[in-house]
Design a protein around this ligand. Structure first.
Ligand SMILES: NC(=O)c1ccc[n+]([C@@H]2O[C@H](COP(=O)([O-])OP(=O)(O)OC[C@H]3O[C@@H](n4cnc5c(N)ncnc54)[C@H](OP(=O)(O)O)[C@@H]3O)[C@@H](O)[C@H]2O)c1
Length: 216
């Protein structure tokens, strides 16, 4: 399949691209600075930003006769009050997906989003409530609402602390992430494991319309 990757220049996004190419998929990556990614067989790079609807349209139409059939998002947002980078990107993506008849989207969010806030460790819960991290989480929470209302086959993964370790087995802990104990999330999950889960999520329907917390 051809997968549209949003956030492909980031640390997890690059691993998503590599994982998907290794599995034989084709990739269109919409990124702000095309020189950030090395050229690769099967990878089409489109210059632009997901907060601009016309750039998303260009990414959908980048390869004639080979429309993306799934979207993977590994974006971040600036930790600024009122930031809407991720929520605006998802509103634009949902509209473009509906226009093009594409129904599958897998998004990387975070442990601490939505109902999982109650079960993240106390340090992170404090930081989300009392520091600028809260602005990023507010944007993640908006994305959750947008996708739940979209009618699409969405998957929102809520990973624990991200690491650069190798790919490893993944625990799926349900939407609220119960069961990780008082250090919940601090053990973490490798970005490579998250990347593999995101590609699994668009290949299969196992996690459609769910928002699982994941950890190694
Ligand atoms: N750190 C953790 O332990 C942890 C744990 C769980 C979840 N998360 C979540 O993981 C995400 C970060 O993942 P990561 O570390 O792999 O990401 P990253 O390396 O920071 O990459 C972020 C991506 O988002 C893009 N981006 C950022 N701001 C943008 C903007 N204003 N407009 C357009 N694109 C923008 C970047 O594009 P450019 O290359 O153009 O800047 C890049 O492709 C965040 O959403 C965070 O909440 C983090």
């Amino acid at each position: 399949m051809r997968i549209l990757v949003i956030g492909g220049s980031g640390q997890t996004g690059r691993l998503v691209i590599d994982e998907a190419l290794q599995r034989g998929h084709k990739i269109t990556a919409l990124i702000r600075n095309p020189s950030a990614l090395p050229a690769k067989e099967g990878l089409n790079i489109v210059k632009g930003t997901p907060v601009e609807p016309s750039n998303i349209e260009s990414a959908f139409n980048a390869v004639q006769g080979d429309l993306p059939t799934a979207v993977i998002v590994t974006l971040s947002s600036p930790k600024e009050k009122g930031t809407r980078v991720m929520s605006d990107a998802h509103e634009n993506l949902v509209a473009a997906m509906k226009r093009h008849g594409v129904s599958k989207i897998a998004t990387m969010a975070s442990f601490g989003v939505g109902s999982s806030l109650a079960n993240i460790n106390v340090i992170m819960r404090w930081a989300i409530s009392n520091t600028s991290l809260g602005h990023l989480f507010a944007d993640h929470n908006l994305v959750d609402e947008i996708l739940k209302k979209s009618g699409l086959n969405f998957i929102v993964l809520r990973p624990a602390r991200l690491t650069m370790a190798k790919k490893a087995p993944v625990q799926f802990l349900g939407d609220d992430g119960k069961g990780l104990g008082v250090f919940a999330g601090l053990g973490g999950i490798s970005r490579a494991s998250v990347a593999a889960c995101l590609v699994d999520a668009v290949e299969k329907s196992t996690w459609d319309r769910s928002t699982p917390v994941i950890s190694n």
